[in-house]
Ligand binder design. Structure first.
Ligand SMILES: Nc1ncnc2c1ncn2[C@@H]1O[C@H](COP(=O)(O)OP(=O)(O)O)[C@@H](O)[C@H]1O
Ligand SMILES: [Mg+2]
Length: 561
């Protein structure tokens, strides 16, 4: 990733634009937020006026309006803040739900063949962590900025109406506290992060070497040298941290200084204005308190800047997934799916690495309905890859896979998935019951059908021993069932499915030879029902019933004796 890209917030703005459809909610929450801040500022200013006026001991009745204003501003501030919280969280969660939906829709066509260069854990962390982080995009980043700008502008207008010169001084102060300080804080934090990361890495390395190589160091009698080395790294980190805390503190102090200096500046123009008659004396305190209150409008801006950075990084990682081209795409003009015919590979060539040797160097194969073919071959020779090409999880580099004479690339993926089903070698189970995991292949399967399929793959005795039978939970990712049971469940799914062609990738990998032979034979028997069965077998047990036994070697299929 280039440096310029790392600094760019373009993905963030694209994410933010997705909020457009909810602009009413957005406007409402900004207005409520600005209203709450302004009510607070107004409360201070009106209180200032009230105290000054009261000091003149006027008729109590003449204070009535100001007293009522103080009361209602206090109540309004709380009510508006509450409304703003409701609206902004509503907006944030709705936007988040939109984003999840969009991301999921993009992710589904990408995942069958996997995302090159992105591990499953990484996809999960982007999908969960980074999307969640974007919840702050409105709540802590864009919202506070919009509210701050709006309420600062309104405060300046009020100040301008009271005394234009005071408004000018206030504008300068707000600029320093609201713009210069956040930028300085951010620059200081970034530089500090970089410096500290290097020093921390040096300290970690020193400690790891001291502990890892303790025996060798002791044998060589060099303990003192090594401990001193770790001490030096630690002291260096502490020195850097102290200096960075100082510069960070200075930036924050600058905002406070700006507040105080602005108040002094406003007093310097307001007092002469009172003397000259441009400002009523009773308003002097109001102008000064308005000035102090005005800084509340820009107070959240430094942390909003930090949130914008964090959201930007999350948005980039998410866009990185959204931008990946799908490994397979549906045709513009799909052919009519064939209702009969063979599944056929013609001259298939494939390699993962553009420059490497061919993994599949011209594979020809024909699977007819009613036939059973077994495919063997050493681990890593490309059997699973061939299976994935046959169901178009990826496309071949050359050659073609045909269903009923039609290139898979000309068929809508949905039709293809209905016709050809792959039981992959991972045998993934969803966190649910055995029943739910089986019914995935046939949602309307009856109890009898489910039980029969389970019996055929050898799950009968196990299910009978379970108190809850088919309704037993398999746990997250099938953690509560053994590897062999998991594969048997996946094989039962194949038998239950209505697909015309079944491909089973090493369904018996964790089974002992007699169990593997029985499962293989059961799959071969399924061909008699008129379906085409391709079995990828880790061990050649129970292959007698297969019409053909092939071997994948050096990228080509050969008949096996
Ligand atoms: N997604 C992938 N990206 C890159 N290389 C892969 C990928 N999947 C498999 N391979 C490599 O391709 C070769 C064949 O893998 P595979 O088809 O799983 O073989 P088999 O199923 O016969 O054991 C192996 O060397 C494997 O490391
Ligand atoms: Mg494999």
């Amino acid at each position: 990733m280039s440096l310029s890209r790392r600094g760019s917030h373009a993905p963030l703005w694209r994410m933010a634009r997705a909020t457009r459809s909810r602009w009413r909610l957005l406007a409402l929450s900004v207005l409520l937020g600005a209203g709450a801040v302004l009510a607070g500022v107004g409360l201070l200013a009106v209180s200032g006026y009230l105290i000054s006026r009261a000091a003149q001991r006027p008729e109590i009745l003449s204070l009535g309006v100001a007293i009522a204003a103080v009361r209602s501003l206090a109540i309004a501030r709380a009510a508006l803040r509450y409304g703003e919280r409701l609206a902004s969280h509503d907006l944030a969660f709705r936007t988040l739900a939109d984003l999840r939906r969009r991301l999921f829709a993009r992710l589904v066509p990408l995942v069958p063949g996997g995302l090159p260069g992105v591990g499953r854990a990484d996809v999960l962390s982007r999908f969960v962590g980074d999307v969640d982080r974007l919840q702050d995009l409105y709540l802590r980043a864009l919202g506070p900025v919009a509210v701050g700008l709006l309420s600062a502008a309104a405060t300046l207008l009020i100040a301008f109406a009271l005394l234009p010169a005071a408004a000018a001084a206030l504008a300068v102060g707000l600029l320093v506290a609201g713009l210069v300080t956040p930028l300085l804080t951010r620059a200081a934090a970034r530089a500090a992060g970089r410096r500290q990361a290097a020093a921390r890495a040096a300290l970690t390395a020193a400690i790891v070497e001291v502990t890892g190589g303790a025996a060798e160091i002791a044998l060589a009698g060099r303990e003192r040298d090594w401990i001193e080395r770790a001490d030096r790294a630690s002291a260096r980190l502490a020195r850097i941290q102290r200096r960075d805390a100082l510069s960070g503190g200075l930036a924050t102090g600058l905002a406070t200084a700006a507040t105080g200096l602005t108040a002094v500046g406003v007093a310097l123009v307001a007092v002469p204005a009172v003397r000259g008659g441009a400002l009523a004396g009773v308003l002097l305190a109001a102008v000064l308190l308005l000035t102090l209150g005005a800084f509340e409008t820009v107070r959240p801006l430094p942390s909003a800047g930090a949130s914008i950075d964090a959201c930007g990084a999350a948005a980039r990682r998410i866009e990185d997934i959204l931008d990946r081209p799908a490994p397979v795409v549906d045709p513009e003009q799909p052919a009519r799916p064939p209702s009969a015919g063979d599944l056929e590979a013609r001259g298939l060539r494939f390699r993962y690495d553009d420059a490497g040797p061919w993994l599949l160097a011209g594979v020809d194969m024909r699977l007819a309905p009613g036939k059973a073919i077994a495919l063997a071959g050493p681990s890593g020779c490309g059997k699973s890859t061939l299976a994935e090409l046959l169901v178009r999880f990826r496309d071949p580099v050359a050659g073609a896979v045909l269903l009923g004479g039609i290139d898979l690339r000309d068929l809508p993926q949905e039709e293809l998935r209905d016709a050809v089903l792959l039981g992959s070698q991972d045998a993934y189970l969803f966190d649910g019951t055995i029943r739910e995991n089986l019914a995935l292949a046939k949602p309307d399967a009856s109890q009898a059908e489910l039980e029969r399929a389970a019996r055929r793959v050898g799950l009968g005795p196990w299910l009978a021993a379970l108190p809850d039978g088919l309704d037993t939970a398999v746990g997250e990712q099938g953690a509560q069932v053994s590897g062999g049971q998991r594969r048997r469940i996946a094989a039962a799914r194949l038998l239950l499915s209505p697909a015309r062609f079944l491909i089973a990738d090493e369904p018996a990998a964790h089974l002992d030879p007699p169990a593997a032979a029985a499962l293989h034979a059961e799959l071969a028997r399924e061909a008699r029902a008129g379906r085409g069965v391709l079995l990828i077998a880790h061990e050649p047990y129970g292959l007698e019933r297969f019409d053909e036994v092939l071997e994948l070697r050096e990228g080509r299929l050969k008949a096996r004796g």
